[in-house]
Structures are given as structure tokens and as C-alpha cells.
Design a binder for this molecule. Structure first.
Ligand SMILES: [Zn+2]
Length: 310
């Protein structure tokens, strides 16, 4: 049904075009089936026309990325697409050819004006070599085991995102010479008080709890960094540095906030709690489950920590 309607629309379009162009030398009207290749392109062609690369494909969406932009396209007909976290339009008809996603070529001109222009300058490497520092940091990936934390509509568990990002942060910090301990390194349940006592025993220069947010309003997204209500000056300063570094993620900056979370109040060292983004926001939940986004978020957190403890 749909296909027929689409084909008839296309032939109408071709017919009109022929009439409009038809002021040149008379052309023999040829009856051919309209070539779909003129109006349809596959997702890789779309990416290359936008100077982007396909960074991730799943059964329900694809993401295209370049140094400045992320485009997420839900791959079913009339679904929405998102440019840098904002809903940007309707994807129109989506089909598959041998598993390769086919979209309308018109999408190129719809998406292009919404992209941030990439400069010709090389993009900043995400893992620059920083001078070594000999600080001690404890990372605290939130939740774990029987406690999943927030659960996204997409099925992603907060505990999983937390640990995946924490490992990436640990990797970077160690590369920069920082001694890193973690309150958990795999999917186990750890009581809050145990996390606190681990911190007080290790006595790090900074304790960083890593979480992802959720709330009833599904449109809310972005990151924030918490300190205790009567947090030390060092905690506040570290929170500010992490928030600043996280601008690199291009998520909404919700700033430094105060809350008397147990891991912030009972720890004797400077302590912050990072909420990386909202899992209740479908777009952000999708991104936070992706390796590339986690890499970007981890780098930002690590960079902020580095700036705070060096
Ligand atoms: Zn949490």
C-alpha cells in the first residue's frame, strides 16, 4: 500500500519535473519506472554527504558523528531524528536494502543547516598526554549488583553506564600518573557505608562518585556535579572544574549543585558526585549507552579531576 502510494507520488513528481523542464528541445516522453537512486540514499551516503561517519547502528537507530556533531536517527518510517540532542525533524520514509538503511536524499539538505560547522583545524585529540601528577583519586561507580539504579526506557541500567564510564575514567587518570582506586570494579552491590569507609581508609585527594540521573519529566537532560551542603572549598573547586571540563560533552550544563548524599557527607576527603546525564531522557539514555559517548564523558570527567588534583 505505502509503497504504491510512494511510487505514484514519485512518478507525479517526475511528470511535473518533465513539464517544467519541458521548454527545451522537445523530448520524447519515455515511460520508465522512476529511478529510486535519485531520491534515495543509504545511510553511509547520507553520512558522507554531511561530512560525518556512521558511528553506531542498532536495530532501532543509527548515529552519525563528526568532531562537532552527533545526529541520531531512529530508523523506522516517520520517526524523529535528533541533532546534538535536540529533536530536529521527521526522518520520512525508511526502508532497508539487504540490511542497509535507505533514507530520502532530501534529508541531506534538512540536516545540513542544523549542524555546527566543523573547522578545518584538526580536532583536539581526546587523549592528550598530560604531564604526570602523583595524586590519589577514588572513583565510586554508583549502584551495582541487586541495585540497578535508574532504568532507562531503552532498557539501559544506570549501574552499567556508571561502571563502564568509571573504568574509562580510571584508565585515563592512570595514564596521567594518578593512583586510582575504585569502590567497585564489577557488577556487585556495595553498601554506601562501605564505600565511605573505603574512601576514609584510602584517603584520596578526591573522591568522585559517578551516577546518571532520572526524573519524571522526560524532556530534561544534562549533567550536574554535586557537593555536600557544607562541602569543603576543595570539593566545590573540584566540582567546578569537572563541570567546566564536561562542556566538552555538549550535553546541557546543569551546573554545580548541593545535596547531602551519604558519600559526600561522610567522606573525610574532598568529594563530589557526578550525574552524567538523564537516563529518563530517551535520547540521552541512548547516547550514554554508546561507547563513543562514554569515551567523551569519561574524558571530560577525567580531565576535570586532573585539573582539580594536579
Ligand atoms: Zn545513581
Amino acid at each position: 500500500m505505502n509503497k504504491f502510494r510512494m511510487l505514484s507520488k514519485i512518478s507525479l513528481f517526475v511528470a511535473i519535473t518533465v513539464v517544467i523542464i519541458g521548454c527545451g528541445p522537445p523530448q520524447k516522453p519515455t515511460i520508465t519506472t522512476p529511478t529510486l537512486s535519485k531520491t534515495k540514499i543509504n545511510i553511509y551516503q547520507l553520512a558522507s554527504k554531511l561530512d560525518m561517519k556512521v558511528s553506531n547502528t542498532t536495530s532501532t537507530y543509527v548515529t552519525l558523528e563528526n568532531s562537532k556533531n552527533t545526529v541520531l536517527i531512529f530508523t523506522y518510517s516517520d520517526a524523529n531524528y535528533y541533532v546534538n540532542g535536540k529533536e530536529a525533524g521527521n526522518v520520512g520514509p525508511v526502508t532497508r536494502d539487504n540490511g542497509v538503511i535507505i533514507v530520502s536524499e532530501a534529508l541531506v539538505n534538512k540536516i545540513k543547516p542544523k549542524l555546527i560547522k566543523t573547522s578545518s583545524l584538526p580536532s583536539v585529540s581526546t587523549t592528550p598526554t598530560l604531564p604526570r601528577t602523583y595524586a590519589k583519586v577514588m572513583l565510586d561507580p554508583g549502584h551495582g549488583g541487586k541495585d540497578p539504579g535508574a532504568i532507562a526506557q531503552t532498557g539501559v541500567y544506570e549501574k552499567t553506564v556508571n561502571i563502564q564510564v568509571a573504568h574509562k575514567v580510571a584508565y585515563l587518570l592512570r595514564k596521567w600518573g594518578i593512583t586510582v582506586a575504585m569502590t567497585r570494579t564489577n557488577d556487585v552491590f556495595v553498601e554506601l557505608d562501605r564505600r565511605v569507609s573505603m574512601a576514609n581508609r584510602f584517603n584520596p585527594d578526591l573522591f568522585v562518585s559517578i551516577h546518571a540521573d532520572a526524573c519524571d519529566d522526560r524532556s530534561i537532560s544534562g549533567y550536574s556535579v554535586y557537593v555536600a551542603r557544607i562541602g569543603s572549598r576543595a570539593s566545590k573547586s573540584a566540582a567546578g572544574k569537572i563541570v567546566t571540563a564536561m562542556k566538552n560533552t555538549r550535553f546541557v550544563n546543569r551546573g554545580v549543585k548541593k545535596a547531602n548524599y551519604r558519600v559526600l557527607v561522610k567522606t573525610q576527603c574532598p568529594a563530589v558526585l557526578v550525574e552524567m546525564g538523564y537516563l529518563s531522557n530517551r535520547y540521552q539514555a541512548t547516547l550514554l549507552a554508546q561507547n563513543e559517548t562514554q569515551q567523551k564523558v569519561a574524558y571530560s570527567i577525567a580531565r576535570g579531576i586532573y585539573d582539580a588534583v594536579r
